[in-house]
Design a protein around this ligand. Sequence first.
Ligand SMILES: NC(=[NH2+])NCCC[C@H](N)C(=O)O
Ligand SMILES: [Mn+2]
Ligand SMILES: [Mn+2]
Length: 308
Amino acid sequence: MTAFKFVKPQVAFVNAPFSHGQPKRGTETGPLQLISSGLAQQVEGLGLTVDAVEDHKGFDILENDTDIGKLKFPRTVSNATRQVYEEVEKHAKAGKLVVNLGGDHSLAMGTISGSLSAHPDACVVWVDAHADLNSPETTETGNLHGCPLSFLLGIAGNIPEFSWIKPLLKPERLVYIGLRDVDDGEKKLLKEHNIKAYSMHEVDKYGIGKVVDMALDHVNPDRSRPVHLSFDVDAMDPSVAPSTGTPVRGGLTFREGHYICEALHETGLLVAVDLMEVNPALENEEAVKQTVSVGCSLIRSALGETLL
Ligand SMILES: NC(=[NH2+])NCCC[C@H](N)C(=O)O
Ligand SMILES: [Mn+2]
Ligand SMILES: [Mn+2]
């Protein structure tokens, strides 16, 4: 297999203002905040061309969307993420590097489906405080932002409303970094499906440099597979990124988060980057500014910004 390499990719933004995968409104304004703080221009400043922006004004919210089992707003989530899937697929098939701005993390049902449709051999690096692996059976909250990976892995059971999601992600092509708040049901699923996870414990033990190497050795041993990075801003310590709906103490430092993005850029294999769960409605103005600015700089690092 010849190694996949993106040298100077064209970038497509998919701005997904959506918050119904969880109960706190506000993440739907994340994309606009990131973009209006100058993200697209910053990306062009790195020498890249931003040639498409899917700028959603919003998705259909079905106010009388009834629960399916425990799942909340299932049809609303399915419709929005399906639309995102089609957009990501289109840009990825056109050879673009896709930057997906959320929105809550249920959107990864769409972003990863789109990436895998265009790049079937891609692997996923999931950077998060949470595993987002709950099935409709194991979820304790019913919030779909805690469930996207069970659908992508095909372990969510048969829910017709989500049957558009092809279970194309293999457990051995998924790796986590940053976990520290994993539900009991998710711990069982991680073991059962042999999914590799580097929690904050391993980040402390080995250092972030070694952890990223080990993570890539697991999902991408020959460094030949395209990489989809799904970054939940709550992977960062709340002191670094406070404006997010489910903050968990003991997270990645500013540098650890950026190092992950820089190291993945250096592989030349990134085909998509998600930046999810920025919630400008939470915490004070200073905290929002800080969180938005960290979100932008994580994306710049993933797209090639260097310190020297
Ligand atoms: N994308 C996130 N921030 N997810 C948080 C998930 C929290 C919890 N595990 C749940 O299922 O609800
Ligand atoms: Mn999270
Ligand atoms: Mn998440």
